[in-house]
Design a protein around this ligand. Sequence first.
Ligand SMILES: Nc1ncnc2c1ncn2[C@@H]1O[C@H](COP(=O)(O)OP(=O)(O)OP(=O)(O)O)[C@@H](O)[C@H]1O
Ligand SMILES: [Mg+2]
Length: 263
Amino acid sequence: MTTTAAGTEQPGAGEPYLELRGVSKYFGGVRALHEVDLSLHRGEVVALVGDNGAGKTTLVKVISGVEHPDSGEVAVRGEKVRLDTPRTAAGHGIHTVYQDLSLCDNLDAVRNLFLGQELAGSRWRGRPLDRHRMEVEARRVLDSLSVRIRSLTTPVGGLSGGQRQGIAICRSLISDPSLVLLDEPTAALGVTQRAEVLDLIGRLKAQDRGVLVISHDLKDVQEVADRVVVMRLGAKVAEFVRGRYTSSELVAAMTGAHEGSDG
Ligand SMILES: Nc1ncnc2c1ncn2[C@@H]1O[C@H](COP(=O)(O)OP(=O)(O)OP(=O)(O)O)[C@@H](O)[C@H]1O
Ligand SMILES: [Mg+2]
């Protein structure tokens, strides 16, 4: 029944933007990742699920250049790359929004959006930062994801969790990334704010960005993900496509209830 209009591809079709092959990572004796294969396409939302300690954050850190795999390969648009630092990853169009958000409460939305990537002002005007240009750009990026912040000039410490998450996600858009990685963006959010963040993920996808999102909320996952990748004890144990799995199959894969059967 899925007849797609000419030119519109199914999410996940075609060459992946990012591909991991056999990626392993150890912390001392702890096997955090074991021979993980993963592909991510533009315009696709992939959810990463699994129990605490399954290796989800480590996998995101490998893709964002924070942790380095002990073995395995990473390719961007078919070319093998080394993601040595977050800057290298950003250079390959990969931007990460971390679990702890790392917003500066005492700074306003504009300063937070441009933290570490400030626009310099013209030297002859004697201004270290081009505040006006940053405000215009901040408004544009916030509008593009329909994040509503009444005042760009008040400290973000007073904003709601959903607004803060919105700013953190918008910060990733300043560099116009192809892939956005989100580590538990809906954790600790209320129902309305959660819905806002899920909408936001949909908009990232509509902008033809790939999204990899870690979540413990299986309802969120089922709502937002085109594909679900299940991790357990550092290994990828199953992968499900939207509409072709049930909640109980997902839970069984996460807990290992159906050991041996491959989702
Ligand atoms: N820097 C580190 N040093 C030592 N061990 C680590 C480090 N980072 C992660 N680990 C270990 O690697 C394993 C995977 O951890 P990771 O944080 O990736 O799990 P997770 O799936 O994100 O879990 P959670 O759902 O709790 O966030 C765990 O056993 C963890 O203790
Ligand atoms: Mg984690």
